[in-house]
Design a protein around this ligand. Structure first.
Ligand SMILES: Cc1cc2nc3c(=O)[nH]c(=O)nc-3n(C[C@H](O)[C@H](O)[C@H](O)COP(=O)(O)OP(=O)(O)OC[C@H]3O[C@@H](n4cnc5c(N)ncnc54)[C@H](O)[C@@H]3O)c2cc1C
Length: 507
């Protein structure tokens, strides 16, 4: 393996990427793992610089597996980590240099070219196999007041706590529909925060859900135990947990000072007369996650709409191969299913990659497969259960925004402006078309914040199915990149202009 020609390149050092790296390295693969964070661990196993001292956010039995995997990955000589390194484009699949789809008949290259930007500048990596494990991010839900300082997603609050040992605020209201609210609330209580309330929009599980939960228990006891322990912590601290309760808005002049909640019916519609106001300086919402498919879609991998699994998810086969040769995917970007599923899928992808690279013969592959398949099956049962009980009611959430609520915070486009754009242009039928006319999605986050909300608004206004509205087209660079870094790489000759990579692509 050379620095720029890793045998296996993994984008993302979360549970899926780490499990894949350890499995592939165990079978002799030389693996390079790039991650834009300073340390491996992804979202769930995020932690501050261990040398800085202080309590480890990954202490306790819920993180035993994570700590063990992190240690194995760090110790394996076949695995190299590139931290603070962002993969911002994949070329030479069937995209042209500017990220547009190449015409049919373009020769399939021998492998992708992956453009990364890290401490050493811009580089083009030429892996023989590329595994995308870019994970997910919190589903942003715009409500009045959501752009006020002090308004977070629950994952953001948790990232501050885990990654920087910092409390997002003093008195915190958490609201949404995802069990991460309970986990984060318990972590906040243990760290000394005053959690004023945890509010769930849905009701308590009924007999059907409980039966399904029992069926999902085998293989997922640790997950359930973590949830129960969190509830216990909150009860002991006297934190109220309400169901059938929705956050309507946050108020404040220059910072959040109150959260307004209301009781809701089974369809998450507010019940008149149930509004109440809670004094707080911080609000965190947790309605689930959005798969980070941008890099894969920019490369040309096919994605499909699956609302309960997070929205646009990558199409893949039983061995985690995407629709493009040489590119595999595992973890949340194939559908939100939790860390344990990400680990199992990472292993599954790594086995197939090793098989395709000739590192694993048929007999060894067959020997390893059954236990991984069992892990996948068990964790899939839990994922389906969570989809059934916790999927956000997107229509009800869309109804919370008012005309002057910002939808795209980068470009400052409101719900009212989008509605007017639609009224003035009745033929608009895709998210991209609305983006071109309104600028929503054109800012630095490239639609990661507003994309899901825009699709929902368009769906409500036009009745076009969400899957037909499409995600925003993903273009390189998929994340902000200093122009100076590109220029420096070009001047130094380290950055060949990406091209459609025909058969003559250097390997
Ligand atoms: C903010 C947040 C907090 C969460 N906390 C919990 C929790 O406490 N408990 C729980 O059970 N679940 C939690 N989840 C759910 C979580 O996504 C999964 O359970 C698990 O972390 C998924 O593993 P993964 O490997 O698929 O992805 P992730 O853990 O998300 O890892 C993906 C990695 O890819 C990196 N990455 C992404 N794009 C690029 C790129 N272009 N270039 C370089 N690197 C890139 C990211 O920095 C990240 O480290 C959280 C999710 C989020 C978004």
């Amino acid at each position: 393996m050379t620095a720029t020609e890793p045998q296996v390149l993994i984008v993302g050092a979360g549970p899926a990427g780490l499990a894949a790296a350890v499995t592939a390295a165990r079978h002799g693969a030389q693996v390079l793992v790039v991650d834009e964070q300073a340390r491996p661990g992804g979202q769930i196993w995020r932690r501050p610089d261990p040398d800085a001292g202080g309590p480890d956010p990954l202490a306790g039995p819920a993180y035993d597996a994570g700590r063990a995997l992190l240690a194995r990955a760090a110790a394996h000589p076949g695995i190299t980590f590139a931290h603070d390194t962002t993969a911002w484009g994949v070329f030479g699949t069937h995209t042209t240099p500017d990220g547009f789809a190449a015409p049919p008949g373009t020769p399939v290259p021998e492998g992708p070219r992956v453009a990364v930007h890290g401490p050493g500048g811009v580089e083009i990596l030429l892996p023989r196999a590329l595994l995308l494990t870019a994970g997910a991010y919190d589903l942003p839900v715009p409500v009045p007041g959501w752009t006020l300082p002090g308004f977070f997603t629950v994952g953001g609050i948790q990232a501050l706590l885990k990654g920087h040992r910092t409390l997002a605020g003093r008195r915190i209201v958490l609201a949404g529909a995802h069990p991460l609210l309970l986990i984060a609330a318990a972590q906040l209580v243990r760290a000394g925060a005053d959690v004023a309330e945890v509010a769930f929009a849905q009701g308590l599980p009924g007999p059907t859900e409980l039966t399904r939960a029992l069926a999902a228990l085998p293989g997922n006891r640790a997950k359930v135990a973590e949830g129960l322990a969190a509830v216990r912590t909150l009860r002991q601290a006297g934190v109220p947990i309400h169901t059938h309760t929705l956050l309507l808005r946050a108020d404040g002049e220059e910072h959040v000072t109150t959260a307004v909640l209301a009781g809701v019916d089974r369809n998450w519609r507010p019940v008149p007369g149930t509004e109440r106001t809670i004094a707080c300086d911080t609000v965190g919402t947790g309605y689930g996650f959005v798969p980070s498919t941008e890099l894969a879609r920019q490369a040309g991998c096919e994605a499909t709409w699956n609302g309960p699994a997070g929205g646009w998810v990558l199409v893949h086969d039983h061995a985690m191969r995407t629709t493009l040769p040489h590119i595999w995917a595992a973890g949340e970007l194939t559908g939100i299913a939790g860390a344990e599923h990400a680990v199992a899928a990472g292993k599954r992808a790594a086995l197939d990659i090793c098989r395709s690279l000739g590192l694993l013969d048929g007999a060894a592959h067959a020997r390893e497969l059954p236990s991984v398949e069992r892990e996948l099956a068990a964790t899939t049962r839990m994922a389906r259960l969570l989809e059934h009980t916790c999927a956000p009611d997107r229509a009800a959430l869309n109804a919370l925004a008012e005309d002057d609520t910002l939808l795209c915070r980068c470009e400052e486009v409101t719900y009212g402006q989008i509605r007017r754009t639609l009224r003035d242009n009745p033929g608009l039928g895709t998210a991209d078309a609305v983006k071109l006319l309104s600028r929503a999605g054109m800012g630095p986050c490239q639609g990661r914040m507003c994309g899901p909300a825009l699709v929902e608004l368009l769906h409500e206004e036009t009745h076009i199915p969400r899957e037909a509205l499409g995600p925003f087209t993903a273009r390189p660079p998929i994340k902000p990149l200093p122009v100076a870094a590109l220029a420096a790489a070009h001047d130094a000759g380290t950055h060949e202009p990406p091209n459609p990579a025909g058969p003559e692509t250097p390997r």
